[in-house]
Write a protein that binds this ligand. Structure first.
Ligand code: ADP
Ligand code: MG
Length: 695
């Protein structure tokens, strides 16, 4: 029977039911599946040398004749050796195998074999240890570029390689082409058959590169087609027309907007008068002035007779925003109110009724803004500060609060993400990047210190407090570190909450008995947490010890020092976020990273942070060092698992694929054309497999 991509693996030579089960663990059921099981690396086994000419710095193949019957010796329990000699015209090689007794049966005196491995030279003697070998003339896995696959127990690389070999040799013809001919042509991508064959068995590394390029493109193209469709679908939604003028609004600000703020406002103004619903993300580093941009949105909505809801992740932040907005916008006649969980009873009743009557233009609050019983007269714009707390479910809930026309949506994020990546992750949102800080900021000075400087560091804390400043001390706690990368080489002992608590008490009682020290951690009730934060914000505490709960948005301009314990345990972007809590006032600010890690990588990462205050640059570096999975942490992960592409390394191709996808979707938005039928199916499959990401 001819082999097809649908041929089950179980039943093929060498694959019984037991191995079949093990292959299933790798997701491999059919021969076609093996084509998608890509090598993780390759061994160059092309070079065939004589013993005399074998290179010393890399493995190679040697064709030799076995000159004796293999000998087995048992060194001790659990360690046996098979030794055998072999010759070619240039010398003799002593070959040793560890714990592979069966080799005695397979190597025969007088026969020719090809061995692949490192040839060591000791004077005129040659030696090889645990080489791979095959009978000369029947070579399948020597004399070529050998794929090395991800494996599982009980499945050898040779078995897998044998299966992919059969798949490549016998069932490539039936493989459908997903990429439209036009796309393939204009981006100079090879055919799918060529790509599949050469990703497994390339004749040269150039061919491998050609194959890989196509597969990466294909993967990113399918993904971005999906995202482009999603965006397209959302953007057909009608939106109410709002006229506005960034110029006019800017007159209300106590400062001149930065270029980045101006551009973001222009983007928003254009969206609001486009007639379509706005779905925009404003991405700006901490302190880049996103609040003013949000205020512009609220002001515009009010001017056009609509209401605006501004949602913050915590009550404390909501209060802060309400104050700022009121100061800024009430002179322009915008009526601002605050709705949080603490607003209760008659006060709440009055507020809700005012909201329903349209007597409030801008309501600031937490998730409470979208709970049951909150009615808007005419909700025209929703702004969410700190996007990662603002999930799909909330977006759906608020869409219902709008009338016939869904409200415009503006999302503000302080998590810098490398540009290209943002375009993918927020593929369904338009993105404005604010990559400029207001003038006159003194950058935060950042230092790394070891344990030996701990006393000096405490002295520095005391000095800052002595000058009237306030200090944060952050300790990562393992219980809350769902997002923390577990750096294997971390030198610091991970602290559990108990250890952090003990440390906090020690600081308060022994190190700084004369200072006012507060402590917050994630296990506190939010009321308790916010009470401590509010005390710190109000200047009633000198030092705030915390786990990572202060990461998001608190603004205490008087805080001038951020100390981060076990700094190597945080991701760079997270450290940058934490550092952004200081340097918000007129005082020179400092960030001290305490680490006892000796690891080179850990040090290198922290050095990158000391060297720059640019969040985007740090994000790029973080992505390069950690890869996207870790980069986003569990909470923010929003991407399907990629098989071939690497977001960090394949940026250029990502841009190309994305452009191609957008062009294609613009021309054929529901992929109706017959030539797009396969593509459509692949996009659907991707969406079905990752339903939680794409809804
Ligand atoms: P973030 O982007 O982190 O939300 P904020 O909006 O809180 O930043 O702004 C940080 C600080 O910078 C605030 O005190 C704000 O008043 C100030 N600020 C914002 N824009 C400007 C500007 N264009 N010029 C001077 N100061 C500004
Ligand atoms: Mg902010």
């Amino acid at each position: 029977m001819p082999l097809t991509p649908e041929t089950p693996l179980t039943g093929l030579p060498g694959v019984g039911p037991a191995r079949g089960k093990k292959l299933e663990k790798l997701g491999l059921h059919t021969l076609g599946d093996t084509l998608d099981h890509l090598p993780q690396r390759y061994e160059d086994r092309r070079e065939c040398c004589s013993l005399q000419n074998a290179p010393q710095d890399r493995p190679c193949c040697v064709a030799v004749i076995v000159s004796e019957t293999p000998r087995v010796s048992y060194v001790r329990r659990g360690l046996s050796l098979v030794k055998v000699k072999a010759v070619d015209e240039s010398g003799t090689v002593h070959i040793t195998f560890f714990n592979q007794d069966y080799i005695r049966e397979v190597l025969h005196r007088g026969e020719s074999y090809v061995f692949y491995g490192a040839v060591e030279r000791q004077g005129n003697l040659f030696a090889m240890t645990n080489p791979v070998f095959e009978r000369e003339g029947a070579a399948r896995f020597t004399g070529l570029i050998m794929p090395v696959y991800p494996l599982t127990a009980g499945i050898s690389n040779n078995l897998l390689a044998g299966l992919t070999r059969r798949a490549v040799d016998e069932c490539l013809d039936g493989l459908p082409e997903v990429l439209p001919a036009q796309v393939r042509k204009s981006h100079q991508l090879c055919q799918t058959q060529f790509a599949r064959k050469n990703i497994h068995y390339p004749a040269t590394f150039e061919e491998l590169a050609i194959a890989r390029r196509r597969l990466v493109f294909e993967e990113l193209f399918v993904l971005t087609c999906g995202l482009a469709q999603l965006k397209d679908r959302r953007s057909v939604g009608a939106g109410r027309l709002m006229e506005s003028s960034p110029e006019e609004f800017s007159a209300l600000l106590p400062f001149a907007p930065t270029g980045a703020q101006r551009r973001a406002m222009e983007d928003i103004a254009a969206d609001l008068k486009s007639g379509k619903a706005m779905n925009r993300l404003v991405q700006g580093d901490v302190g880049s002035g996103k609040t003013a941009v949000a205020a512009f949105g609220a002001w515009t909505a009010a001017k056009n007779g609509g209401q605006c809801a501004l949602m913050a992740p915590t009550e404390l932040l909501a209060e802060q925003h309400a104050k700022t907005m009121d100061a800024l916008l009430s002179p322009a006649g915008v009526r601002v109110a605050l709705l949080t969980g603490s607003v209760k009873g008659t006060e709440k009743k009055a507020l809700l009724s005012a909201l329903a009557q349209g007597e409030i233009d801008l309501i600031v609050g937490t998730h409470a803004l979208f709970s049951q019983g909150v009615e808007y007269k005419d909700l025209g714009l929703v702004i969410a500060d700190e996007q990662h707390r603002f999930g799909v479910a909330q977006r759906a809930a608020l869409a219902e609060k709008g009338g016939d026309v869904p409200p415009h949506v503006l999302v503000m994020s302080a998590t810098p993400i490398p540009r290209t990546l943002a375009l993918i992750i927020y593929g369904d949102l338009d993105v404005s990047v604010m990559d400029e800080l207001p003038p006159g900021r003194t950058p935060v000075s950042t230092y790394t210190v070891g344990e030996d400087k701990r006393q000096r560091m405490y002295g520095f804390v005391r000095k800052q407090v002595g000058q009237g400043r306030q200090v944060y001390i952050v300790c990562p706690s393992v219980e809350e570190s769902g997002d923390l990368p577990q750096w294997g080489e971390s030198g610091g002992v991970p602290m559990d909450l108990k250890a952090v608590t003990t440390y906090a008490h020690e600081l308060a009682e022994k190190v700084f008995p004369d200072l006012r020290v507060g402590f917050v951690h994630g296990k506190l009730k939010s009321k308790e947490k916010e009470a401590v934060m509010a005390a710190f914000a109000g200047g009633e505490l000198d030092v705030l010890v915390s786990t990572t709960v202060i990461e998001v948005g608190v603004d205490v301009p008087n805080a001038s020092l951020m100390v981060i314990e076990n700094a190597e345990r945080f991701g760079l972007s997270q450290l940058h976020q934490l550092r952004g809590r200081v340097g918000r006032g007129k005082h020179q600010s400092y960030c001290v990273l305490v680490t006892s890690s000796r690891s080179e990588t850990a040090r290198e990462r922290l050095k990158a942070l000391c060297a720059t205050n640019d969040g985007f640059q740090i994000a790029e570096e973080d992505l390069r060092l950690r890869g996207p999975g870790d980069f986003f942490g569990k909470r923010q992960h929003g991407l399907p698992q990629l098989k071939v592409a690497d977001f960090a390394a394949d940026m250029e191709l990502l841009k190309e694929a994305r452009q191609a996808a957008e062009d294609l979707i613009a021309a054929d938005r529901s992929l109706k054309k017959p030539s797009h039928r396969l593509l459509k199916r692949r996009v659907q499959e991707l969406f079905e497999e990752n339903a939680e990401l794409f809804n």
